[in-house]
Design a protein around this ligand. Structure first.
Ligand code: C2E
Ligand code: CA
Ligand code: CA
Ligand code: CA
Length: 277
């Protein structure tokens, strides 16, 4: 390769440098993203399969960098975790979502929102106290909050996670395992935790209508989950055929572009009217 393309190696190094430089910039600027008002939350409806009514919204973080533009959370959340900045983002997010729930409540809509937590959040012993304080300050019921944690976040320190999640569960917030099926944990391990819900990862759902092996995995996850008393959500529902299959398999809730994409709070209004009582 080097003989035919003398600069190939050089280009490779430059590509790496560029990526590294971008990461350093993002890590540096993430520290001020909160105070500079560059973050906001997008909301994606989750519907009850049987009725099509909204049962909950998932809150997803968004960042517009002043010069680099939109940065996807898959990129900046990981950087925030590694640079020790994630707790600051999570705290901003929880406060922001609670304030949003309060505002919707004032407008006459009692809504439930699911938020995403990372490994440092679930191993932080102050989290339950902080959430209890939020519920009180914004006059919210615990069942208006649901927490989504990935298997890998929980497995990083399962004892600490078990303690925190137990406290949160005592408060009355509901707990979901996100991206289920992509980690290496077993349902037996997860049963040590006060879990209420499994979210089947979108990689198994996106092509559900054409991939037989995905269908097999999804079917058995729903059966196993139900036999353990868990509610099942499918994320990444992108077409009617997949939605119909999930309905037939008894999947409790659906989420995906076929229903609605994540949207800024000022576009949520029409969906608020379809929230189930
Ligand atoms: P996630 O929690 O698994 O969220 C689902 C992701 O799939 C979201 O990407 C959502 O926009 C996208 N999605 C929803 N429906 C569909 C669909 O039908 N098709 C496809 N292809 N994608 C769909 P997003 O918003 O870019 O977030 C990516 C990840 O970033 C999230 O994955 C979550 O792990 C993380 N994240 C987002 N917000 C937060 C946050 O506030 N805190 C933490 N710790 N992580 C967050
Ligand atoms: Ca999630
Ligand atoms: Ca997920
Ligand atoms: Ca994910």
């Amino acid at each position: 390769l080097a003989r035919h393309h003398p600069h190939a190696h050089q280009r490779y190094i430059e590509g790496q440098d560029e990526r590294h430089l971008r990461q350093l910039t993002l890590i540096r600027d993430l520290r001020d993203a909160v105070s500079n008002n560059e973050l906001w939350m997008a909301y994606q409806p989750k519907v009850t399969t049987q009725t099509g009514q909204v049962c909950q919204f998932e809150a997803l973080m968004r960042w517009r960098h002043p010069s680099l533009g939109f940065v996807p959370p898959d990129e900046f959340i990981g950087l925030a975790e590694r640079s020790g900045n994630i707790r600051q983002l999570s705290q901003w997010m929880l406060e922001h979502v609670a304030a949003q729930l309060y505002q919707w409540q004032e407008e006459g809509y009692r809504v439930s929102v699911a938020v995403n937590l990372s490994a440092s959040d679930v191993s932080d012993s102050r989290l339950a106290r902080q959430l209890a304080d939020l519920l009180e300050r914004y006059q919210l019921a615990a069942d208006q909050f649901s927490l989504e944690v990935t298997e890998s976040a929980v497995m990083q320190d399962i004892d600490a996670a078990a303690r925190t999640l137990e406290e949160l569960s005592q408060l009355g917030v509901s707990i979901a395992i996100d991206d289920y099926g992509t980690g290496y944990s077993s349902l037996a391990q997860l049963k040590r935790l006060p879990v209420n819900e499994l979210k089947i990862d979108k990689s198994f759902v996106l092509k559900l209508d054409t991939q037989d092996d995905d269908l097999t995995i999804v079917r058995s996850t729903i059966e196993m989950g139900h036999s353990l008393g868990l509610r099942i959500v499918a994320e990444g529902v992108e077409n009617a055929a997949s939605a119909a299959l999930l309905n037939r398999l008894g999947c409790d809730y659906l989420q995906g572009y076929w229903i609605a994409k994540p949207m800024p709070s000022d576009e949520v209004a029409p969906w608020l009217n379809s929230v189930e009582p």
